[in-house]
Structures are given as C-alpha cells and as structure tokens.
Design a protein around this ligand. Structure first.
Ligand code: PGA
Length: 257
C-alpha cells in the first residue's frame, strides 16, 4: 500500500456550518481507523482563505489533516490592499498553497511569471506549493499537452533553478477535465507524467524522491480507485466531490478496504 494524499479544494464554496460538519466527520472517521491504515492517508483541506483560521481551530493537532490556501500574494507585507501573504498563512498554521490553478489563470489573468513569484514566496516561507498545470481542450486535441505543461513549469525553473521545485507538488489538471465529468485516461496521465519526469530528470537525478505528482479533474468515488491504483499518482486534487464528506470517506474507504 502506498501513501496517498487527498486535497479537498472547496473553491468559492462553504460556510462555517458546513466546514464544521465536514471536518468533525473527517476527524471522527480517522479516529475509527487503525494506526496501520491511518499512516497511509493524508487529507489536505483547502477552504476559502477566510475560513482557514476557523478550520485550524477545529483540526487542532490532528496529524492526518493539513490546511491549504487557494491563493497567496507575491509580497510578504506592505501597501497591497486586500492581499494575503505566505508569511501570514504560515503564521496561522497553513501548510500548503495551491498555485497556478486554471481558474486563477482564467479569471484573474495570472501569468506563469506571477505564479513563479508566488512559488518563490511560498517556498521562502517554508510552505509547500501545489503547482497546477494542464492544457485546454484545443491544446489537448492538437497534441500540445506536454509542451504546455513544460512551459508552465519552466518559468519557475529558469528563474530560480531546479532546486526550488524540490519538496513541492505538481498537480496535473487538464482544463478539459475540471468540472466536466470527463477525466484523463491512465495512458494519458502516464504519458504526461513520464514526459515531465524525464524533462525534470535532465536537470537532476531521482526526481521521484524530490517532487510529488498528483492528478486532478472530475474525480469522484466512481473513478478514484483507478486513479489511486495508478502507481505514478501520489495524490488526488478534488474539487466538486470534496464538498461532500461522504464522497471523501468513500474514496478513502475504497482505497483501504
Ligand atoms: P473538479 O475540480 O474535481 O470539480 O473537476 C478539480 C479542481 O479544479 O481542482
């Protein structure tokens, strides 16, 4: 059995009541698991930033659940009205930050350059970046997937060197799979990850031990087993299905049964 991490990306959804119910059920579920099984599963909870501090108080010192921000600013402090820094996220007990999500690229015009600056700030504050990459349908159909993914990673490597990627997570999230009910086939995911790994290995050895590779896009309890059983995948980034605690518990139960 391999270690598996499940990221629950709540996007712009939820409220205190729903978060409370979700986290308490999750905590109680982990209490029922035997120690042996427990150590293979980790959940990363990513509510709207506003609720991170509230969530932290519920999770307390629970070792199976970690907190993740859906965004961060480039700057650490100063006159940047409305922004939140990596330093502040660290201060309230957050461990991970999602960067480069296609919704932020689309609705907030985030460029690869912006993302590379955020990546630096996150690493500089000893948080773990979850770098989302992936192509749109047009690029997928025109066989440009690998080219797009590499260019999204390259801006960071060119500016800061390969070392900055160590101990981070790369989440492959094809845009055509997010929220559509279509998910990428095993063959496609393996082809993309193998290409990326070979590329990264051209900078340094043993990339498998230095970077984790996750998949995201229309994951539910119906397809999670296939994805988890694919050895190339270290974790799942789940959007819509993660709003339902029963879905998350089914996904975990299907894996550990
Ligand atoms: P989805 O979203 O699971 O609803 O497709 C995934 C994501 O955007 O991270």
């Amino acid at each position: 059995m391999k270690n598996i991490t499940i990221i629950c990306n709540w996007k712009l959804n939820g409220n205190k009541k729903l978060i409370n119910i979700f986290l308490k059920k999750l905590i109680n579920f982990f209490k029922t698991l035997d120690e042996h099984k427990k150590k293979y599963i980790k959940v990363i909870f990513s509510p709207p930033i506003l609720y991170l501090d509230y969530s932290y108080k519920i999770i307390n010192k629970n070792k199976e659940i970690y907190l993740c921000s859906q965004n961060v600013d480039i700057n650490e402090n100063g006159s940047f009205t409305g922004e939140i820094s990596a330093k502040m996220l660290k201060d309230i007990g957050v461990s991970y930050v999602i960067l480069g999500h296609s919704e932020r690229r689309k609705y907030h015009n985030e460029s690869d350059y912006d993302i590379s600056e955020k990546f630096f700030s996150v690493k500089n504050n000893e948080l773990t970046p979850i770098l989302c990459i992936g192509e749109n349908l047009n690029d997928y159909e025109n066989l440009k997937t690998e080219k797009i993914c590499i260019s999204q990673i390259n801006t960071i490597i060119k500016k800061y060197g390969i070392e900055i990627m160590f101990n981070s997570i790369i989440a492959y999230e094809p845009i055509w799979a997010i929220g559509t009910g279509n998910y990428a086939s095993k063959e496609h995911i393996n082809k993309v990850f193998n290409f990326i790994k070979n590329y990264l290995n051209s900078f340094c050895d043993n990339i498998n031990n230095k970077i984790k590779f996750y998949y995201g896009g229309s994951i539910s309890s119906y397809n999670s087993e296939d994805l988890i059983n694919n050895n190339i995948i270290d974790g799942l980034l789940i959007g819509k299905s993660s709003l339902y605690i029963d879905e998350i518990l089914n996904i975990i139960n299907n894996y550990i049964k």
